[in-house]
Ligand binder design. Structure first.
Ligand code: PGA
Length: 253
């Protein structure tokens, strides 16, 4: 059985003290939750402070990006080792905002995924089609391109340390959530691709999250789909109560 994983992507929000307040409030709300893997992803500058505020390992810490080199003359970048040093055990990689605004492509995503795994960070690998691609009937081929590009060269064990987040770009921050059927269809497609490359057994073990306008009100229906193992949450993760509401929905499934 796959454990549900609910991750909060805080994006470019929250000062250090706001981030600490949010995680402190959240911890109180999820104090008795052990059957859901909970992750929060603050901005780089708040990582250490949030790590210090996290107690009992009930919530995992994630960064929102990394650079694949370990160290050196790469002004402005942060490596996987430094993220571990700051207390992270996860890192979001290949988010559509990174692909869209910062020119990330599959090759860069793959290098980032490998460097995360080398440093024992679990990559949360984001894939997803644009609206025009969906309308042109290209969803499956775009997803195949993103997934296969990101995991190129990974062993089965490395894949199983990773999480895949299906995030249709048209659903991110728009309030236009995918229907449970649309999410299920793509998640099943991803699992089929992984079964083909590795094995059915491996494909059945990896956690695949849905992301894009997940709220407490729609989480139950999405999470009840057989191949939806959790959520990557943006807007609704910025308030402890709404994020805890999504965690509660994952618990009920
Ligand atoms: P959203 O963002 O929940 O605000 O749509 C999701 C994401 O970008 O990870």
């Amino acid at each position: 059985m796959r454990k549900p994983i609910i991750a909060g992507n805080w994006k470019l929000n929250k000062t250090i003290s706001q981030a600490v307040d949010l995680v402190t409030e959240l911890q109180a709300l999820v104090a008795d939750v052990s059957e859901v893997e909970i992750v929060v992803a603050p901005v780089f500058t708040a990582l250490s402070a949030v790590a210090a505020a996290l107690k009992e390992n009930r919530i995992g810490l994630s960064a929102q990006d990394l650079y694949w080199e370990k160290s050196g003359a790469f002004t402005g970048e942060v490596s996987a080792e430094l993220l571990r040093d700051a207390g992270c055990s996860y890192v979001i990689i290949g988010h559509s905002e990174r692909r869209q605004y910062f020119g990330e492509n599959n090759e860069m995503v793959n290098k980032k995924v490998r460097s995360a795994l080398d440093a024992h960070l679990a990559p949360i690998i984001c894939v997803g089609e644009h609206l025009a691609e969906r309308q042109a009937g290209k969803t499956e081929s775009v997803i195949e391109d993103h997934v296969m590009g990101a995991i190129e060269g990974l062993s089965a064990n490395q894949l199983l340390t990773s999480v895949i987040a299906y995030e249709p770009v048209w659903a991110i921050g728009t309030g236009q959530v995918a229907t449970p059927d649309q999410a299920q269809e793509v998640h099943a497609h991803i699992r089929r691709l992984l079964a083909g490359k590795y094995s059915k057994e491996v494909a059945n073990q990896i956690q695949i999250q849905y992301g894009g306008s997940v709220k407490p009100a729609n989480a139950t229906d999405l999470l009840s789909q057989v191949d939806v193992d959790g959520a990557l949450v943006g807007g609704a993760s910025l308030e402890a109560e709404s994020f805890a509401g999504i965690i509660a929905a994952a618990r009920r499934n």
